[in-house]
Ligand binder design. Structure first.
Ligand code: GLA
Length: 392
């Protein structure tokens, strides 16, 4: 870029009165599968890839939403009345949902705006690009409206948007990992109290994600079914344990005494044992147990997903089984909702791209598809960006 052009750009940026920008990272679910909406304690991490949002105020009431990832599906609507988008424009529901919740709390801008979203996060790769989209939008809109929102409030706004506007009955794992992320740390989220803290990620390990590329139809409806089965389990266990606040706080004796239908019992056992694994991981780290021993908890989590929660699929099982044959892999499991999506491999630092490539080629010969592989570092959480300073 010529010197004049750089100066012109700088002057332009400085005179963009009232604009706001934000960044929100994607997340990895490290351990604690389907515990969040069951009031459990889960471990996530924000990653070093995410979504940038730049919002510019307008004089009128028009809202214009543009995402580089869906550039043919621009959404233009009005601040005074918007509805859920369909088909190729449905990506914008995460932004509109956030806007609706912020309006109800008096946190949204009064005038229209243009929102531009740019992402370096693979879409549909199980890294929760949807939560990143929600958080980046919420922070940029709060910036436009000159409102301060705490990270806890941010998480609540985004989850409500996803539950009520988008219609996905998720918990807070994705939003809280993105909001509370910290460089080189895992985020420990107590989903009952909605509070978070961070614990150092062992430096001698790495996080790899292998995206199977499988997105089964009905993922959302399977997720909702699992959520319902867990609610059924809680209701039945509470009949003999009325003080129980959430399913993640139950134990195996309570499950055995409750005489649950077989499917519901399996889901409940997954939740209770998964919660034990998260606690064992946390304690093991504090007591400096070997990483290999801790990694086994991740692989056990996957087996429980496969057998008890039944949210795995042959492709994810194959990735996990071939990963754990490699001695540089400490543990591997599906990450996120399941029924397709991605596998997380927690590895030693010796695990390299050629190791990942070996797993990919055996997967390709069996399933005829090439999973994408990524190595991510636990990173900082969502922030309002001073984008004038970050431009060249
Ligand atoms: C998805 C949901 C999360 C969580 C995980 C499973 O990522 O969005 O809220 O329930 O699945 O642990």
């Amino acid at each position: 870029m010529s010197k004049q052009m750089a100066q012109a750009k700088q002057a332009y940026l400085e005179h963009m009165e009232g604009s706001a920008a934000a960044f929100a990272p994607g997340r990895i679910e490290f351990l604690g599968n389907h515990l969040d909406y069951n009031g459990g304690v889960v471990l996530g991490a924000a990653i070093d890839a995410g979504i940038y949002a730049l919002a510019n105020p307008r004089e009128d009431k028009v809202i214009r939403l543009f995402s580089e990832s869906f550039e043919k599906a621009v959404v233009e609507t009005s601040l005074n009345g918007f509805s859920k988008q369909e088909g190729e424009k449905s990506w914008a529901n995460y932004c509109l949902g956030v806007l609706e919740v912020m309006q109800s709390k008096g946190l949204a801008p009064d005038s229209g705006f243009s929102l531009v979203l740019v992402s370096d996060l693979p879409v549909s790769a199980g890294l929760s690009s949807s939560a990143a989209l929600e958080l980046a939008t919420a922070l940029a809109l709060a910036g436009l409206a000159r409102k301060e929102i705490s990270r806890k409030e941010l998480v609540g706004i985004c989850r409500k948007a996803e539950n009520e506007f988008v219609g996905m009955p998720c918990g807070i794992l994705d939003q809280a990992s993105s909001a509370f992320g910290k460089k080189d740390h895992l985020v420990l989220i107590d989903c009952e109290t909605e509070s978070a803290s961070s614990i150092p990620m062992p430096a001698e390990s790495r996080l790899w994600v292998l995206d199977s590329g499988i997105k089964h139809d009905l993922v959302d409806s399977h997720y909702a079914t699992r959520n319902q089965e867990c609610q059924d389990a809680l209701r039945l266990v509470r009949e003999i344990n009325p003080g129980l606040t959430c399913l993640a706080k139950a134990d195996e004796t309570m499950i055995a005494q409750a005489n649950l239908p077989d499917k519901v019992r399996k889901r409940a056992l997954h939740v209770v044992r998964e919660q034990e694994r998260v606690c064992a991981f946390q304690n093991g780290l504090a007591e400096q147990s070997s990483l290999r021993e801790l990694g086994r908890l991740l692989t056990d989590s996957h087996r429980s997903s496969r057998e008890l929660f039944e949210n795995s699929c042959p492709e994810l099982d194959a990735l996990v089984e071939s990963l754990v044959e490699n001695e540089k892999v400490l543990g591997a499991r599906l990450t996120g909702g399941g029924f397709g999506g991605a596998v997380l491999a927690w590895t030693t630092t010796d695990f390299q791209q050629e190791d990942a490539d070996g797993i990919v080629s055996s997967y390709e010969s069996r399933f005829g598809q090439v999973p994408r592989t990524h190595c991510f570092a636990p990173s900082k959480g969502a922030t309002i960006e001073d984008w004038r300073k970050t431009q060249g």
